[in-house]
Design a protein around this ligand. Structure first.
Ligand SMILES: [Zn+2]
Length: 264
């Protein structure tokens, strides 16, 4: 997994040297980024605060930084690709490190939270957002989404388990945080037709995956909106290359490769 991530970043750097990004001056599309913790640690999914700040500076100068609801509800009528930011799992560092940086750039994000906070803390050794922090974020127009009760592969759950997760468990978090929860991000991006149908029936407005491509490719399926995972290896320049049409195509291919390797 780590080797593939490094290889992918190396390829992005070669493309940059070849100035492949200049081949698409007027491309207009939407991309939703998926970050995890904003911390300096060993995890391939953690991005350090300094690097995150570089990313955000790069993003706000080269793209229209928008919110997830904006991407879902409106067409891109700007001349630039639109980019929205999301965070999975609900780590405390989103509040302590990402929030000040995003606020300084006049932008917000959507956080997908796991119901069983103790499980995530135990598994990752990272702290999770407190209620107070969530309420500060929400009053700054951030969104809170659902990332399931215990972060399992939803394809493995039967219908009753899925219903309990999408309705009962989600409502417990919603009440405890006193927020609206309109979106669901499938753990590991795994879903099938049943998962999508139940997301719709459980009154989610949209469901998100991480297949690594544009948010509005092909027909816009609101219950399988794509996102692009950002890894710790990526500098701001890598992110810029990644978000070109060629970078995104390669990213989708590499995402498939990781999944294939992981599933064996
Ligand atoms: Zn997750």
């Amino acid at each position: 997994m780590i080797d593939t991530a490094k290889l992918f970043v190396t390829i992005l750097r070669v493309l940059s040297k070849l100035k492949v990004d200049t081949l698409f001056p007027d491309s207009v599309y939407d991309v939703i980024l998926c970050y995890h913790a904003i911390e300096d640690d060993e995890s391939i999914f953690s991005v350090s605060p300094g690097m995150f700040e570089d990313h955000v500076k790069q993003l706000s100068s080269s793209y229209s930084l928008v919110s997830v609801p904006e991407i879902i509800a409106t067409k891109n009528d700007t001349k630039l690709p639109r980019v929205a930011i999301t965070f999975d799992d609900g780590y405390k560092s989103i509040f302590t490190s990402a929030y000040p940086i995003l606020s300084a750039n006049n932008t917000t994000a959507c956080i997908f939270m796991v119901g069983d906070k103790n499980m995530i803390q135990k598994q990752t050794g990272k702290k999770i957002l407190t209620k107070k922090e969530v309420s500060t974020l929400v009053s700054s127009e951030w969104q809170i989404g659902w990332h399931t009760q215990n972060h399992r592969d939803l394809r493995q759950l039967n219908l009753a388990e899925l219903k309990r997760d999408f309705v009962r468990h989600k409502n417990i978090l919603k009440k405890s945080l006193n927020v609206d929860i309109n979106y669901v991000a499938y753990p590991f991006g795994f879903y099938n037709e049943r998962v999508k149908r139940l997301a719709y029936k459980s009154n989610f407005v949209a469901g998100f995956t991480v297949d690594g491509f544009k948010a509005n490719s092909r027909s816009f399926d609101k219950y399988a909106i794509d996102r692009v995972t950002i890894s710790s290896e990526m500098t701001a320049d890598d992110v810029r290359m990644l978000l070109t049409p060629v970078g995104l195509m390669l990213n989708r291919l590499f995402t498939r490769l990781w999944r294939f390797k992981d599933s064996r």
